[in-house]
Design a protein around this ligand. Structure first.
Ligand code: GLU
Length: 504
């Protein structure tokens, strides 16, 4: 590898704006980003929006904000600009037309005027047991209405008249295409299955194949790193590179992300049925941290070569290499994603955790009955009490909701098990004594409770469990007395009296 500017690494993430950024797309972006950064190269974002029928408004914004959320920024792209723009294919139509014309002029492509019906008729005519769906190719093109068959003046007349046409590549049959893929090794395809692919559609737009090849060449892309679903397009692309007389970029096709259980490519439908977050937006809405999503996705197919599993974006960038990406499909295991999230959430500083939780706290408890929002010290105590028990920052607001609101209900199973006949009476006395106490903190709350238990000859648990229920509504959580200290005397007494009234 030389280091001249001609061989400087340039990679691209080339999503089609057809919907929300999928996690598979984000993984592709990440691997490209890691590769570019690890090689001192450039990461390009190209928007492949030539298929007008699949275009979704706002999809581009969604893609950009998904990338920004995980902290990756293209060096060149539709928003950043750059030397090789525009970076939106719909704005490059003139370039594709020029190149398509070049192929026609050099005899590598031709105009085809056939209607879809005419192509169907041809298919029926040629269909046989051995070849149930014949194609528009070297075998059949001679019988069709195209510029290889029609006299030149007739072609000209049709073009001037404005007849609908497509431009097709004149693919030579009977060869083999072999290339080396960085992940899959040597790959070989026969060209006999390849038709005379459409390059320019009747609406004047290029097909994915044409635009993709022209842009990868024109934007000086050195490595194409993308999902395995594109592997079968490579032969078509190589035929195009040959027709243009260009050198194809190096290729790396990443393993597919499979449905949990390993059956087939991860599908939106399957994911929806299982409630799995498969778009970046869904991950955000479900409360995943970007660091966890990135770490999880990076290890879907890439082995860093170390035993540990937690890596920052920078560390992964440093360690990344394509030869550590495996070829086999990888499973989307949401438990693993949750585990990563838990690791990050537990590793945050308390202030960081609070910052991540703020959105959820404000959303759920803006009308809090306990005014903790103004008290930062108390917020920090809540966060550190909860941190070892949660997997999501939003759990601070959800699981820990009792820090902000009086319980609206009491866990029924726990009530059945823990609320005894004497609970109401014991708790009333406890509340009286709490209120009467001169000082209130965890130690005091505990001492008063234990003294009461001893006096009545009851185990402390007989009071602790119902008090916990009264104060939080649920059976588990952080140390009861610490929790009570954070809540304060008045709130605790109020909640205990309320439970006595409700549960009797
Ligand atoms: N536009 C294609 C996609 O949506 C790009 C495939 C490629 O990277 O060549 O994934």
């Amino acid at each position: 590898m030389t280091t001249s500017s001609a061989s400087k690494v340039r990679v691209r993430f080339a999503p089609s704006p057809t919907g929300s950024l999928h996690i598979g797309g984000l993984r592709t972006a990440l691997f490209n980003y890691f590769f570019a950064r690890s090689r001192g190269g450039t990461f390009v974002l190209r928007i492949e929006d030539t298929d007008q029928t699949r275009f979704v408004r706002d999809a581009e914004r969604n893609i950009l904000s998904g990338l920004a959320w995980v902290g990756i920024r293209p060096d060149e792209g539709s928003r950043e600009g750059g030397e090789f723009g525009p970076y939106r294919q719909s704005q490059r139509q003139a370039l594709y037309a020029l190149y398509a014309q070049q192929l026609i002029d050099e005899g590598h492509a031709y105009y085809a005027f056939d209607t879809l019906d005419e192509i169907d008729v041809m298919r029926e005519r040629h269909a046989s047991e051995g070849d149930p769906s014949p194609q528009y190719d070297a075998v059949t093109r001679g019988e069709m209405t195209n510029s290889l068959v029609l006299p030149g003046e007739e072609v000209q007349r049709r073009l001037e008249r404005g007849d609908e046409y497509v431009i097709r590549l004149k693919a030579d049959p009977g060869g083999r295409i072999t290339f080396r893929d960085h992940i899959r090794g040597r790959v070989s395809f026969s060209t006999s299955g390849i038709d005379d692919q459409v390059l320019i559609k009747s609406d004047g737009m290029p097909t994915y194949h044409l635009a993709n090849v022209i842009d990868d060449h024109d934007m000086r892309i050195t490595h194409v790193i993308r999902g395995e679903e594109w592997l079968s397009s490579v032969p078509k692309h190589i035929l195009l590179y040959r027709a243009f007389g260009w050198e194809p970029p190096e290729m790396a096709h990443m393993p597919l992300i499979m449905n949990p259980g390993g059956k087939g490519k991860l599908s939106k439908r399957h994911a929806a049925a299982q409630g799995l977050p498969v778009t970046v937006e869904q991950c955000r809405q479900a409360g995943y941290e970007p660091e966890a999503v990135v770490n999880f996705l990076a290890l879907l197919g890439w082995h860093p070569g170390e035993d540990r599993e937690l890596f920052t974006l920078d560390e992964m960038t440093e360690l990344f290499s394509l030869d550590r990406v495996s070829g086999g499909g990888v499973q989307f295991d949401v438990r693993k994603l949750n585990w990563f999230n838990q690791q990050y959430v537990r590793g945050f500083s308390v202030d960081e955790l609070l910052e991540r939780a703020e959105f959820w706290l404000r959303g759920l408890h803006s009308a809090s009955t306990v005014d903790l929002f103004k008290d930062e010290a108390r917020q920090r105590r809540i966060a550190s009490l909860m941190q070892p028990r949660i997997a999501f920052a939003k759990d601070l607001a959800e699981t820990g909701g009792y820090f902000f609101e009086d319980p609206a209900a009491y866990d029924e199973t726990a009530v059945g098990k823990r609320w005894k006949e004497d609970s109401a009476e014991l708790l009333s006395v406890y509340a009286d004594r709490l209120e009467a106490a001169s000082a209130f903190d965890a130690e005091q709350a505990e001492a008063i409770l234990r003294a009461l238990a001893e006096e009545r000859g009851a185990g402390a648990g007989r009071i602790i469990h119902p008090v916990r229920l009264a104060v939080s509504g649920v059976p588990g959580g952080p140390s009861l007395f610490e929790m009570m200290e954070v809540l304060g005397k008045d709130v605790c007494a109020r909640r205990i009296r309320k439970a006595v009234e409700v549960l009797g």
